[in-house]
Design a protein around this ligand. Structure first.
Ligand SMILES: *Cc1c(COP(=O)(O)O)cnc(C)c1O
Length: 457
């Protein structure tokens, strides 16, 4: 009998509800705080997000229906395949069974459309005509541009100047989907004009791009523009749980009762939450599952930062969120996994770490690219630099299983393909890549700036 490489679900088996971890957490979530350190009311968020998404953001309902029209669009690539990494297992000589959920099959090439589509849909339902957002490396901008083309919304993406110049293909995909992608800082907002007047040659930053996108959304005189965020927030984690819910059904088809180890990389936390939260529910109910979040050594939010209240952006325009944070002024080294360079972590993922439902590991980028090359040359798919972090941790666990002689089941999230990120691979193969580790003093200095902020429980 030939062995089964991929496990597919039929379209009718795609989940009809998302799973919300919030009501199942052992310790309740701390609320976001507004100006003056007071808990934020939903109305205060209304100029930025539509009320139907704000309701999801604060929801304590365990299961939330996925609207039929959203399911229709997700069917363009979902259910995504669960793949057994036989070739990687053989290369490692491990007795472990390695499975991965391939989120690289989406139109944007990553998990991000799983939330871009429902976000665009809920905005349209609410009567919104246009979405604004920021993008660093371009993955989130691509996902939202795709979603807006499907739903029929105008979309404007502020792309960090340095990436805008270095990654011409990302902005071309956004244009192909009918979105406008402009370099940030731009002359189209007050904050952009101010910054350009002072520093015309600035490379820009995610913080500046966020500020511009929010400014444009809240200053629409017709009130028909809103802002959209690709990770970190509770409703984004919720939309991504379709990944883990599918994986559960697929593992059952493969005859596996439960995975022993689950691994995903962590930037803002959404692909990690998406794969692991449905299994975390089982862990809360007593299942023995090890859940590992992987981050770059150069941006050690989960492994070195404290659990605090902090802003999501440099300009302190966002509310304060309860999260592990390196401080909103922290600037991560220019590693190639651009999606993992965020200073904070999703409040839900932070709560899971605080409650010891997960553990975290930090890995240097050279080990990650080495893992990426091995994966490409065995399983045949080139992973995104972000995804190579999950692969490197998987390889460590598979080697451990070999030493212990244990036939463990390891499941990891293949968050995206790397066909748009080959410059990082080129640097690694040319031996031009360096590893970064911050001195403890730099980390301490950034935390100084938030030492008087309120503390979460
Ligand atoms: C954006 C991105 C990430 C990091 O974001 P999370 O919200 O932590 O998932 C990881 N992998 C890929 C391929 C991405 O595009």
């Amino acid at each position: 009998m030939t062995r089964q490489k991929k496990i597919f679900l039929s379209e009718s088996e795609m989940p009809k509800q998302w799973y919300n971890l919030a009501p199942d957490l052992p310790t309740p979530m701390n609320p976001p705080l507004g100006p003056g350190g007071k808990p934020l009311s939903p109305e205060q968020l209304a100029p930025v997000f539509p009320m139907n998404l704000i309701e999801q953001e604060v929801s304590q309902q365990r299961w939330i229906d996925i609207p039929d029209e959203v399911r229709q669009i997700l069917l363009q690539w979902r259910p995504s395949p669960l793949i057994r990494a036989y070739e990687l297992e053989e290369a490692l000589g491990t007795p472990a069974k390695i499975y991965y959920k391939n989120e690289g099959v989406s139109p944007a090439g990553s998990h991000k459309p799983n939330t871009a589509v429902p976000q665009a849909w809920y905005n349209k339902q609410f009567g919104i005509k246009k979405l604004t957002t920021e993008t660093g490396a371009g993955q989130w901008g691509t996902a939202l541009a795709y979603a807006c083309s499907q739903i029929g919304l105008e979309c404007k993406v502020y792309m960090v100047r340095v990436s805008f110049d270095q990654k011409p293909f990302r902005k071309l995909i956004m244009r192909t989907y009918g979105s406008r992608c402009i370099a940030s800082p731009s002359p189209e907002t007050n904050i952009g004009r101010e910054i350009l007047a002072k520093t015309p040659d600035t490379p820009g930053s995610l913080g500046i791009a966020i500020s511009e996108a929010i400014e444009e959304a809240v200053s629409d005189p017709n009130g028909e523009t809103r802002y959209s965020l690709g990770s970190v927030l509770n409703h984004v984690m919720l939309h991504q749980t379709i990944i883990g819910l599918e994986a559960k059904k697929q593992l059952a088809i493969a005859g596996i009762k439960k995975p022993d180890v689950i691994i995903a990389c962590c930037g803002g936390g959404s692909n990690f939450a998406g794969l692991t939260f449905p299994f975390m529910a089982d862990k809360i109910n007593g299942a023995d599952i090890q859940i590992i979040g992987v981050e770059p050594f150069s941006c050690p939010t989960l492994t070195k930062a404290p659990f605090v209240y902090d802003h999501g952006d440099v300009a302190q325009m966002t509310p304060m969120l309860p999260m592990y944070s390196l401080g909103h002024k922290f600037v991560a080294a220019p590693i190639h996994a651009g999606g993992l360079r965020y200073h904070g972590m999703a409040p839900l993922v932070s709560a899971a770490l605080r409650d010891k439902l997960m553990e975290a590991v930090a890995i240097h980028q050279s080990e990650c690219f080495e893992a990426g090359l091995l994966f490409a040359r065995t399983e045949g798919i080139v992973p995104a630099p972000e995804t190579t972090h999950a692969i490197a941790a998987t390889i460590r666990e598979a080697k451990k299983a070999k030493e212990e002689g244990k036939e463990k089941v390891i499941l990891f999230n293949f968050s995206g393909h790397g066909l748009m990120d080959l410059l990082g691979y080129e640097k690694y193969m040319d031996g031009q890549l360096s590893d970064y580790e911050y001195p403890d003093d730099y980390i301490k200095a950034n935390l100084e700036a938030i030492k008087d902020f309120p503390m979460p429980k």
